[in-house]
Unconditional design. Structure first.
Length: 188
């Protein structure tokens, strides 16, 4: 690490991050739940979600759209991935353009982390555009879900202030799965 320090320090918009606390997984009687990890979120798109699933339960992970990628880390139990039960500890990486990942717990349930990597320069670019420009709202024509540029979709890795044209083409509606082309600008 010491020999790499100068190179790390030269990276533009680098915002090193660490947390030193135990992760609290959501309590679930049956099925599954996902909750943000306390203290792991910033204005650059960094996000972490703790997931707990009962055996065989399914849950959609946040979309990697608007991130620089996403890690899924199986910490306890197992995950069914591509038809194979993957036991802890398993790490899966999703590219920013990949579809949202359906989590399916194996026979012993699942405790996992979904870690979204911030987009390099996203907060800087957003901050440069935001001050004197009105944000728009886009609505899904199939289910009426609303994407507000001012709010973004932080839980899906899209930081506040992200313009619709900067939302990846692979974006899908959080409620119904419709494509980005199924959204229209809404007059409120």
């Amino acid at each position: 690490m010491p020999e790499s320090r100068a190179r790390l320090d030269s990276v533009q918009d680098r915002h090193p991050w660490q947390i030193g606390a135990d992760i609290q997984f959501p309590e679930v009687a049956e099925g599954g739940a996902m909750e943000p990890v306390a203290g792991v979120r910033d204005n650059y798109g960094l996000d972490a979600q703790a997931v707990r699933l009962a055996p065989g339960a399914r849950l959609m992970a946040p979309s990697p759209a608007g991130t620089d990628g996403q890690y899924l880390v199986v910490l306890r139990g197992s995950l069914i991935h591509e038809g194979v039960q993957r036991n802890a500890i398993t790490v899966i990486f999703l590219q920013p353009g990949d579809a949202a990942f359906e989590l399916q717990a194996g026979s012993s349930g699942l405790d996992a982390l979904v870690l979204s990597l911030p987009r390099q320069g996203a907060a800087t670019a957003t901050a440069e555009r935001a001050p004197n420009t009105e944000f728009k709202v886009w609505q899904c024509v199939l289910c009426a879900f609303v994407y507000d540029e001012a709010a973004g979709l932080v839980e899906e890795g899209i930081p506040p202030g992200t313009r619709w044209e900067d939302v990846p083409e692979s974006f899908t509606c959080s409620d119904c799965g419709a494509s980005k082309s199924d959204f229209v600008m809404a007059e409120l």
